[in-house]
Design a protein around this ligand. Structure first.
Ligand SMILES: [Zn+2]
Length: 99
């Protein structure tokens, strides 16, 4: 239990350090962990924190943001940091959620 928290912390700090240091141990063979943007149905609601799928795809953001809008799509719940991005998702769901 304690171990998984340590692992999470390490992953977080490694990721943060990537842009500023050469990080010789950050093996090029290991791709950055994919940010989870599809949540279990009903697990996110307005006011929660989550990964806005539009920000993750468009801006490469990996920060959790306050959830302003949610949408159930193909059995998953997606969250958005504003209404405009929800509309964007709806207009191009394949781009954000995959085929
Ligand atoms: Zn967003």
């Amino acid at each position: 239990m304690r171990y998984s928290m340590i692992a999470l912390g390490l992953a977080g700090s490694l990721w943060m350090g990537c842009s500023s240091s050469p990080a010789p141990n950050a093996a090029s063979a290991t791709p950055a962990a994919k940010t989870e943007t599809a949540y279990a149905p009903g697990s996110k609601k307005k006011g929660d924190k989550g990964h806005c799928v539009v920000c993750v795809i468009k801006e490469g953001s990996s920060e959790e943001e306050p959830v302003v809008e949610t949408l159930d799509y193909k059995g998953k719940t997606y969250v958005f940091c504003n209404e405009k991005e929800k509309a964007e998702f709806i207009s191009e769901p394949v781009k954000y959620a995959g085929p």
